[in-house]
Design a protein around this ligand. Structure first.
Ligand SMILES: Nc1nc2c(c(=O)[nH]1)N[C@H]1C(S)=C(S)[C@@H](COP(=O)(O)OP(=O)(O)OC[C@H]3O[C@@H](n4cnc5c(=O)[nH]c(N)nc54)[C@H](O)[C@@H]3O)O[C@H]1N2
Ligand SMILES: Nc1nc2c(c(=O)[nH]1)N[C@H]1C(S)=C(S)[C@@H](COP(=O)(O)OP(=O)(O)OC[C@H]3O[C@@H](n4cnc5c(=O)[nH]c(N)nc54)[C@H](O)[C@@H]3O)O[C@H]1N2
Ligand SMILES: [Mo]
Length: 826
């Protein structure tokens, strides 16, 4: 008898179930087992969940995610679903609570060695005790002004588990802290546009694609790459926009729609649509637009009636345009050509095409993520006003088409609410201290490093003053500041001045490296939740089933902060006495109540079983239509109620780089003949990644290898530029300026004009060592970007204002330090 057969029989004897089954049944069972192993149906159970990358189903087998397939309702799933497994099983996952050795043992509050990445494993109790002690110490020795826990970011989806809310509610129950205003996405845009169009526009609903398909004859994508950037959404993404993109593409092919991409590079969208390209030198859209406006005026192609009825201040703008104002420079196409690189005649032709038929200008956001980023958006509104189509179906201007499904037909339903970010009304924090010692309690989001570097400095902001607080301690959750902020070496200096840094994440990001206490959260795939399906369309409510148990020693953010608040007697208030599933049910039931009249929803259990409740999405919208129909009754939210080409309010602020009307200001640095281009001839654009969500998924190893160049982040460069520099495709190169240096892998591509290179933001910073100026071993563009405000109006990031040089790296390539987690010290 073979060994396996004997084993089988032995097994039979001890298996009670088998011993009661007769031989006939046993045969049947064996046959059934054989059928199962021969069937193509893979083993395991399928579960549904959602994410920034869309909803999907995951096959769970042996307690692991074995396979992922797109959700049936997602007709245009993103390739990035292939990176999800690598997030869960990333080698960079934080395994245990960790404390930085020098912070723990040496000179506790000296940050001198912060960033050396040498960590000691501690227990959860030890880590949370330290967290609590630090909160106590800061509130007792200083006050709320010394603690900044207000930085936010792209926390994973899910209404209940939204981690930044958990952190801020818990920390807020202990004491007050510094918060932020604005964001990195649209800091300049969301500040200027309320003065001009009466709302932020950037996060507003915009004209529905069905209307655009019907009415628009000329569509301008301006600094906008929707095919790349609609892959992700703030809430669970539906990818519904791609169905309309396909129809637009069809119209372009049939010659029924003129589509132009205004962009220095040939974008993924331009290639997809097969549309026209209008090149413009980087950062010079305002001169280009002024040249267009000049043509419209001189050739009498502009809509005088629209300007009269709906706008204010064209007369104040005109002298600037015509050169009869203070600067005595006429903004002719010839003048513009020298700056923006578009031939004067082509500027004129472009202008004439805009007035031919129904024209819609759709701005992306990168063009305002640069110094003086307020200006192109304002000037865009002036241009659209001159065209006179604002408020017409399929005409006018928008600043949000591309983002999170803006433009999809939407439902009338209310989406589910989230876990509260703030302390409940009527309750007080342990340290109920509101004395910020003259410092501002809220600061513009991108000015936190300035705060650490120059505490007490008074800066102007949006018509008021801000006094930068003297930050001693920071707590981060659901954001990765060592991804999102600019100028790494300046950050290194700033972090050395801090006393304590705490970070909660599931993966060992560069922010962990620069922290003192690191707590391992689990990923969203290791906990239950629910989310809205479709950020702007509210297409449904999606169940997010826990796929696998929390890996290593990680816990849900809810669990972590329940345990932290226990330490100061607030855990009952924090949880409201409810468990995870009770919260999820509560959020669902509240949503169900809110929708009971118009959008009936089933009982929770049925929803949880089915995985989704779908709403009817039949609502459409035309931007600014109400205003156009009756500007008196539906006046805009601007001071005058009209579109403000000239803003008296802004003029009165007396800011150098944001005056009464849109203007061209030369940049601190600029390629193509601009400042510093002699020394550093390339503009570096750090666009949003095609195969990541910022830094998320960069540690998804297999997926990273689908784009990395010899383990490095790609830098895209024009072949002629590469040739001049002696760089070949696949070479490791050094990208540098006077702020920093990084290694990256060269990818030669005709999509990039000369003088322009691209490295996607979100590449993990991996410094060679902890020295200021040490080379970044992987390719993080924020190693070389500049940390200056857009202007005194928005004080937003200027990430896209940066010039660099590039050379073939000839030294011995050091190993990439980004993904290997902490250096464990016992
Ligand atoms: N140079 C340059 N810089 C830029 C930009 C640019 O264009 N160029 N863009 C800017 C823009 S627009 C943005 S929005 C920012 C993005 O900056 P961030 O929002 O900071 O970037 P993410 O990489 O998404 O960071 C989210 C972090 O939260 C963690 N996280 C996610 N879910 C959870 C959770 O459930 N629990 C916990 N505890 N942690 C979680 C992730 O692991 C990740 O580390 O970057 C900005 N920076
Ligand atoms: N796949 C993916 N999609 C995303 C994100 C992601 O991380 N990954 N992040 C999301 C988030 S948080 C945000 S804020 C948005 C960001 O959305 P955006 O800021 O609009 O996106 P970017 O990709 O940085 O840039 C869009 C286009 O602007 C062009 N551009 C840059 N500078 C200039 C300029 O000076 N003039 C002109 N005319 N064009 C210029 C670039 O070449 C690029 O083609 O994307 C969202 N979508
Ligand atoms: Mo963003």
């Amino acid at each position: 008898m073979s060994l396996s057969r004997r084993k089988f029989l032995q097994g039979l004897a001890t298996t009670s179930a088998a011993s009661v089954i007769g031989p006939g049944l046993l045969m049947q069972a064996a046959k059934a087992a054989e059928e199962v192993t021969q069937s193509t149906e893979p083993p395991g159970v399928w579960k549904v969940t959602g994410s920034h990358w869309g909803a999907f189903r995951a096959r769970i087998y042996n307690g692991q995610v074995a396979e992922i397939k797109p959700f049936e309702l997602d007709k245009h799933p993103t390739d990035m679903l292939n990176g999800i497994k690598g997030i869960i099983y990333s080698p960079s996952r934080i395994r245990y609570p960790m404390v930085r050795l020098d912070w723990l043992k040496k000179n506790k509050y000296s940050g001198e060695t912060r960033g050396n990445n040498r960590f000691v494993r501690v227990t959860w109790d030890e880590a949370l005790d330290l967290f609590y002690q630090e909160l106590q110490r800061i509130q007792k020795d200083y006050g709320p002004w010394a603690l900044h826990a207000g930085q936010t970011g792209w926390r994973e989806t899910g209404q209940f588990q939204s981690c930044t809310s958990h952190m801020q509610r818990a920390v807020g129950m202990h004491g007050n802290f510094i918060k932020k205003v604005g964001d990195y996405s649209t800091g300049a845009g969301q500040t200027i546009l309320p003065y001009v169009l009466g709302s932020t526009e950037v996060y507003a609903q915009a004209t529905t694609w069905t209307t655009i398909l019907k009415e628009t004859k000329t569509l301008i994508w301006w600094s906008n790459d929707p095919i790349k950037n609609s892959q992700v959404g703030w809430q669970c993404e539906t990818h519904g926009s791609y169905g309309y993109y396909a129809q637009l593409k069809d119209k372009v092919a049939k010659g029924e729609l003129t589509m132009i991409s205004v962009d220095p590079v040939i974008s993924k969208s331009q290639k997809y649509f097969g549309c026209e390209h209008q090149y413009v030198n980087p950062q010079t859209d305002v001169p280009f637009m002024l040249g267009i406006a000049h043509t419209l005026y001189k050739e009498n192609l502009y809509d005088k009636q629209f300007l009269e009825i709906y706008t204010l201040g064209f007369d104040e703008f005109l002298p600037y345009l015509l050169g009869t104002g203070k600067d005595k420079i006429e903004k002719t196409p010839e003048w513009a050509e020298k700056i923006c690189g578009v031939k004067a005649d082509d500027i004129r032709k472009f202008a004439r095409r805009l007035v031919k038929d129904r024209t819609m200008i759709m701005f992306g956001w990168a063009v305002q993520r640069q110094q003086h980023g307020e200006q192109p958006y304002w000037m865009g509104a002036v241009l659209a006003s001159m065209l006179g189509q604002i408020g017409l179906p399929g005409g006018g201007i928008s600043y949000s088409h591309f983002y999170s499904g803006v433009g999809l037909p939407f439902s009338t339903a209310a989406g589910p609410g989230g876990f509260p970010r703030n302390v409940d009304e009527g309750q007080e924090p342990v340290w109920n201290n509101n004395d910020f010692k003259g410092y501002s309690a809220v600061i513009p989001v991108a000015r936190w490093i300035d705060s650490i570097m120059e505490p007490g400095k008074k800066i102007k902001y949006n018509g008021g003053n801000v006094v930068l607080p003297d930050i001693k301690m920071m707590v981060f959750s659901g954001c990765n500041p060592w991804n999102h902020h600019q100028q790494r070496n300046r950050m290194k200096q700033a972090f050395r001045k801090l006393q304590t840094v705490i970070n909660i994440d599931y993966t060992w990001t560069p922010t962990c490296r620069f922290s003192d206490i690191v707590l391992p959260a689990c990923t969203q795939f290791e906990r239950n939740d629910l989310d809205q399906y479709g950020t702007y369309s509210t297409s449904g409510v999606l169940a997010m089933h826990k796929l696998v148990d929390p890996l290593y020693h990680s816990k849900t953010d809810f669990q972590i902060f329940t345990e932290l608040t226990e330490r100061f007697g607030k855990s009952k208030q924090y949880t409201r006495g409810m468990t995870e599933m009770q919260w999820i049910q509560e959020l669902y039931n509240n949503c169900r109540d809110a929708n009971k009249d118009k959008n009936p929803m089933p009982e929770f259990n049925e929803f949880w079983q089915n995985g989704i409740v779908e709403f009817k999405t039949d609502q459409t919208y035309v931007s600014h239509e109400a205003f156009r129909n009756d500007p008196e009754i539906n006046s805009l939210g601007t001071p005058s109620g009209f579109i403000e080409i000239y803003s008296r309010k802004i003029a009165r602020y007396n800011y150098e780089h944001c005056q009464g009307h849109p203007m061209w200001f030369e940049k601190e640095e600029r390629s193509h003949g601009g400042p510093k281009s002699n020394q550093f001839p390339f503009w570096l654009q750090s666009c949003h990644p095609n195969k990541r969500l910022h830094s998320q998924m960069c540690d998804s190893e297999k997926y990273r290898n689908t784009y990395a160049v010899k383990d490095h982040e790609p830098v895209y460069i024009n072949p002629d530029d590469a040739k001049k520099k002696g760089i070949k495709d696949g070479d490791i190169v050094r990208v540098f300026n006077d702020r920093g240096q990084l290694l990256a892998g060269a990818v030669l591509s005709e999509d990039y004009p000369t003088g322009v290179i691209r490295i996607y933001e979100g590449a993990w910073f991996g410094p060679l060592n902890n020295d200021i100026g040490a080379i970044d071993t992987y390719g993080d563009p924020n190693t070389v970007t500049i940390d200056i405000p857009t202007s005194q109006l928005a004080q937003a990031t200027s990430a896209n204002t940066v010039v660099v040089d590039i050379e073939k790296f000839t030294g011995k390539v050091p190993p990439v330090t980004s993904f290997s987690g902490p250096i464990y010290v016992s």
